[in-house]
Design a protein around this ligand. Structure first.
Ligand SMILES: Nc1ccn([C@@H]2O[C@H](COP(=O)(O)OP(=O)(O)OP(=O)(O)O)[C@@H](O)[C@H]2O)c(=O)n1
Ligand SMILES: C[C@](O)(CO)[C@H](O)COP(=O)(O)O
Length: 384
């Protein structure tokens, strides 16, 4: 089954005012018409788009790619008719007819209309009227209207192509919408759930609301495409005779030192492994094998700089890191800020995105017996 969309955009938008017809006004980074066209171009079930325009509007419409431009008429239904005639040479099975002034039409609404056409000659989205309805005269309420069974009509309105073309050919004109044309020809039209956000920009106040909703949607899409990765690292080094330890790039005088092939900076090693972990790229031992003599006694910032560079080359920025050192002694608190600053220099990351904290293990286990120091770290990476 093939489905084409006709987007009617030949109106003058008199109620919306402004210097150019409403469909060519810029909102959320694009013209209203371009947003509407994109909604249909992004829909996998729509294979062809006709954009019906006023002959004076080529300057606005010509830059919109991937659509066939057709000149509309003096009324909405004349414009729809022109769009339908343009499709006859390569007729689709189904056609969706949509107001250009509804740029917030969702994938869900488009799909539901197409889906309903498998069971019905026509289908259109609508919302039940939920407010009380009044008749008014001279600024006063003159009566009430039962809202039972009343709906607010939206677009796209979908039909089998041959049916709606015949219905328009037979219609005298001045229909409110294509459902009216279809019903005049005896076609059944199913109601599918409309969408409050599928508003029609009609008056000046509608632009701000439509723009806010479009920006929210763009933000959500961006967030859902955002690649956020978390990695964790863990390392342990045993004590041996010595007079200082290196922890997170800071030399701390101590009555023991940590044993290792490099400078045994256990905090920096756990952190480096957290970044490799987020990148799913092995661990520090794979990048810098302990069997390789060139890393003997090496300062561990070499490893951390390598992991940070790798993240950047793969298109990630590091959002924050959190390092925990586990030992009875030395006391970490007095050095924590210096450690955060040292890591900040090495990583090019703001200090307030770097956490270094410590805990004892209540004299339990190897850290509790002061046989060594353990460290855990996490790193969050965000795809650019
Ligand atoms: N001769 C016309 C008149 C209307 N339309 C389209 O039909 C839809 C109807 O929406 P509406 O808000 O009535 O648009 P306008 O006619 O442009 O607005 P106004 O009545 O305020 O001038 C719009 O997409 C409009 O561009 C059209 O293609 N051709
Ligand atoms: C087709 C329509 O969008 C249904 O709500 C609407 O009837 C067209 O706009 P108008 O303001 O009634 O011209």
């Amino acid at each position: 089954m093939t489905t084409a969309a006709i987007i009617v955009a030949a109106g003058r938008g008199t109620r919306a005012g402004g210097e150019v017809p409403k469909q060519w006004r810029q909102i959320a980074g694009n013209s209203v018409a371009a947003h509407t066209v994109q909604a249909f171009q992004a829909h996998p079930e729509v294979s062809q788009i006709i954009l019906v325009i006023h002959p004076d509007d080529h300057g606005f419409a010509d830059p919109i790619a991937g659509v066939t431009l057709v000149h509309g008429g003096a009324t909405r239904d004349a414009s729809v008719h022109a769009g339908l005639q343009a499709l006859t040479a390569d007729a689709p099975d189904h056609v969706l007819i949509h107001d250009v002034a509804r740029p917030l039409v969702s994938d869900r609404v488009i799909h539901d209309v197409i889906d309903a056409l498998q069971r019905s000659q026509g289908a259109a989205p609508a919302l039940r009227v939920t407010d009380a309805l009044w008749r008014g005269e001279d600024g006063k309420v003159a009566g009430t209207q039962d809202r039972e069974g009343l709906f607010r009509a939206q677009t796209p309105q979908g039909f089998r192509f041959a049916d709606i073309l015949a219905a328009h050919n037979a219609h005298p004109g001045n229909a409110a919408d294509d459902v009216e044309v279809a019903r005049a020809a005896g076609l059944n039209v199913a109601i599918v759930d409309g969408d409050e956000q599928n508003l029609k920009i009609t008056t000046p106040g509608d632009f701000a609301r439509a723009e806010r909703l479009l920006l929210q949607r763009q933000h959500k899409n961006k967030e859902s495409q955002m690649d956020i990765r978390v990695g964790s690292g863990y390392d342990v080094h045993a004590f041996e005779d010595g007079d200082h330890v290196m922890l997170c790039g800071v030399r701390i005088p101590h009555d023991r030192k940590l044993k290792g092939h490099s400078d045994a900076d256990v905090g920096m090693h756990a952190l480096t492994d957290a970044i490799y972990g987020a990148l799913a790229d092995g661990d520090i031992g794979q990048h810098f094998p302990p069997s390789d003599p060139q890393w003997k006694g090496a300062a561990s910032d070499i490893f951390l700089r390598h992991a940070v560079k790798l993240a950047s080359e793969r298109g990630y920025r590091i959002s924050n890191i959190d390092v925990t050192l586990i030992c009875e002694r030395p006391k970490i608190g007095p050095h924590a800020l210096a450690m955060r600053e040292a890591l900040s220099d090495i990583m090019g990351l703001a200090v307030d995105r770097i956490s270094v904290k410590a805990t004892t293990s209540e004299r339990l286990g190897f850290t509790g017996r002061s046989e060594g120091i353990a460290s855990m770290a996490t790193a969050t990476l965000i795809g650019a």
